[in-house]
Design a protein around this ligand. Structure first.
Ligand code: PEP
Ligand code: MG
Length: 576
């Protein structure tokens, strides 16, 4: 293909999800929340209901505040301070209270009335600063309304197929996007291993993130083009750019179609080494896609998504249903269920998990959170165990950094087994147990961990951020968080050696597995299983069938001795 020409109005960002998109811009904005007005009987209960909603909104904002100051700086984070001040304003609260107590209005209507009074009064002021605060009041107003209505964040209001432009999308925002309407995602924050990017890839929506904030000034409806593989964005692109992108899209589609023809065959290297290619999924729909794309099983079920779209934790029965549905979709294929990995960029407000942590990725995340809330973990384990009665299921712990954590988690698993036995429920008493290797501590003690589990799965998304001391969602350090940094490759090597010495298999489920060009390095390092987003499975199998383990080992040895990730990339990507 001819190289993509440069033109003005072009931005370079981080390639977050492959594919080409050309469509009008829609700025990320939520649809209005609709409310009904009615008269209430018990004014005290209504007032309490509002107080709880405000309290919950404060928790959500505090969480956003700590995240924002890390991600985008204190100036932007100050916006959330203003939201908190508004929620604590005694005059405003007194007005709402009067509507509820004196006029017997329901909390939603009373709240909405006061928010409108405040915004109208700000609009009439001369003061430019207060005029600008109108949007903040509207924003915080709708947050409280959404909580009062007990519903989830509203859908994005998109009528035509478009490219969504904004500062950032949360993982749950991304999960709700409809790929028929959202052809592309262009964000100023984010990185390739943030959970929003991972979801975009699973949905097959091309995405470029970490783009210059100038892109936010592009008008709604203006056409933009993005290349989610090259990480580039063009505003009102010229004809030559469009032609080059169209060609690239066609080559991409032909390659995908070619790879899919053989997607259902096992992946074996030319010298006969079988590599298992599994899928990373978050839902029943993803499981269906995974099977269609040729996955030989699920190497990582991110169970957080069951908890994200809720207002309370899913019950044992609800979880059992989902795990069984996924397992049934997979038929005889194995399913690895990872226990709840809340925290970091996956915040679940109703669990109050990581509120007010300065560094949520270094805080009470993953197994740490679950060990602090053993009942939550037990509910999940009971559901997993019950699903294991009739299906090939394995369980996997996230964020392990000590043997004590692993033993504590296994002891809760044993307790759950004992309880189920007492209740006369069936389960797989030999349920295989694995750990994710995603902290440098886990690598250092991998020889000990390997003696107590049945398998390892290396989570390079986190391993890279913790080894390189870089937040995986921060675009400014994206080069350092690269899993191809020799320091990270050496950690992979050590883990494989420790696992194999103890006769257990070692998989890898970080996003680097989806980069087909990198497969020879990973296979050369001795990885037995690769787990990736369903869309990448067919091309990955195709690449594996073209290489040999001996060549891969030589390449891996060279890669381990490079001085940076970019040098390693030069080994596997053609120049230019
Ligand atoms: C990882 O850290 O590489 C991983 C697969 O887990 P997650 O991306 O969900 O943190
Ligand atoms: Mg992880």
């Amino acid at each position: 293909i001819s190289p993509l020409p440069d033109n003005p109005g072009q931005f370079t960002g981080i390639a977050a999800s492959p594919g080409i998109a050309i469509a009008p811009v829609v700025h990320y904005q939520l649809a209005p929340v609709s409310i009904t007005e009615y008269h209430i009987e018990n004014v005290e209960i209504e007032w309490q209901r509002l107080q709880h909603a405000i309290q919950r909104a404060k928790q959500e904002i505090t969480m956003l505040l700590s995240h924002a100051s890390v991600q985008i700086g204190d100036a932007e984070a100050a916006i959330f301070d203003a939201h908190l001040l508004f929620l604590a304003d005694p005059v405003m609260l007194d007005s709402v209270r009067r509507y509820i107590i004196e006029d017997r209005l329901n909390a939603e209507a009373a709240w909405q009335a006061v928010v409108e009074e405040v915004t109208n009064s700000y609009r009439q002021l001369e003061d430019a600063y207060l005029k600008e605060r109108v949007d903040d009041v509207v924003d915080v107003g709708r947050r409280v309304l959404r909580i009062l209505l007990g519903n989830l964040p509203t859908e994005l209001h998109i009528l035509e197929p478009s490219i969504v432009v904004g500062t950032d999308l949360t993982p749950s925002d991304t999960a709700r996007l409809d790929p028929r309407k959202v052809l592309g995602i262009c964000m100023t924050a984010g990185s390739a291993t943030s959970h929003s990017a991972i979801i975009a890839r699973t949905l097959g929506i091309p995405a470029v993130v970490g783009v210059d904030s100038q892109v936010l000034t592009v008008e709604n409806g203006a056409v933009i083009a993005l290349d989610g593989e090259g990480g580039r964005v063009w505003i009102e692109p010229e004809g030559s750019v469009l032609t080059a992108l169209e060609n690239k899209r066609q080559v991409w589609q032909t390659n995908q179609a070619e790879a899919r023809k053989k997607a259902h065959q096992p992946a074996t290297t030319r010298d006969g080494q079988r590599i298992h290619v599994f899928a990373n999924i978050g839902s029943v729909a993803d499981a269906k896609a995974a099977v269609g794309y040729g996955a030989e099983g699920v190497g990582l079920l991110r169970t957080e998504f069951l908890y994200l779209e809720q207002i309370k934790p899913p019950t044992e029965e609800e979880q059992l249903q989902v795990y069984q549905d996924i397992a049934q979709t997979l038929g005889e294929l194995p399913l690895i269920i990872r226990t709840l990995d809340v925290g970091g960029d996956k915040q679940i407000p109703y669990l109050g998990s990581t509120l007010q942590e300065t560094n949520p990725f270094l805080g009470v995340r993953g197994i740490r959170f679950c060990l602090e809330h053993p009942y939550l973990l037990k509910t999940q384990l009971r559901a997993i165990l019950r699903a294991s009665a009739k299906h090939h299921i394995k369980v996997m712990w996230p964020m392990i950094s000590t043997l004590t954590e692993l033993r504590a988690a296994k002891s809760i698993l044993n307790q759950s087994m004992a309880e189920l036995k007492k209740d006369g429920m069936e389960f797989d008493a030999k349920l295989p147990v694995g750990v994710m290797i995603e902290t440098p501590a886990a690598v250092a003690i991998a020889d000990h961990l390997a003696k107590e589990v049945d398998f390892f799965s290396i989570g390079t998304n986190d391993l890279s951020q913790y080894v390189m001391a870089c937040d995986r969602t921060n675009p400014k350090v994206a080069n350092l968080t690269d899993a191809l940094q020799p320091a990270v490759l050496r950690m992979i090597q050590q883990t494989v050696e420790a696992g194999h010495a103890a006769n257990i298999w070692v998989g890898l489920c970080g996003e680097i597995a989806a980069e087909t060009a990198v497969a020879p390095i990973l296979i050369g390092l001795g990885i037995d299983e690769l787990s990736t987003n369903p869309q990448a499975i067919a091309p990955l199998k195709q690449v594996i069938s073209q290489l040999t383990t001996t060549e891969s080992q030589v390449l891996a040895r060279v890669a381990l001795n490079q001085d940076s990730a970019s040098r390693v990339r030069e080994l596997v990507y053609p120049i230019g």
